[in-house]
Design a protein around this ligand. Structure first.
Ligand SMILES: [Zn+2]
Length: 52
């Protein structure tokens, strides 16, 4: 039962989820999403990923 006064951003789960949850896992070089968390290395291009 969603209230119209509640913002969608307040909901923990939604369609597609919250992008901020995996933003730190996205490779800055190729944009691929790392399979592990915290990410250490991009599985696609091999670039080192830093956990912010
Ligand atoms: Zn990459």
């Amino acid at each position: 039962m969603s209230s119209p006064e509640r913002s969608r951003a307040e909901l923990p789960d939604g369609e597609g989820g919250d992008p901020a949850c995996w933003m730190h896992r996205v490779c800055q070089e190729c944009g691929r999403l790392a399979d592990e968390d915290p990410p250490t290395r991009c599985p696609s291009c091999g670039a080192a990923l830093e956990a912010l």
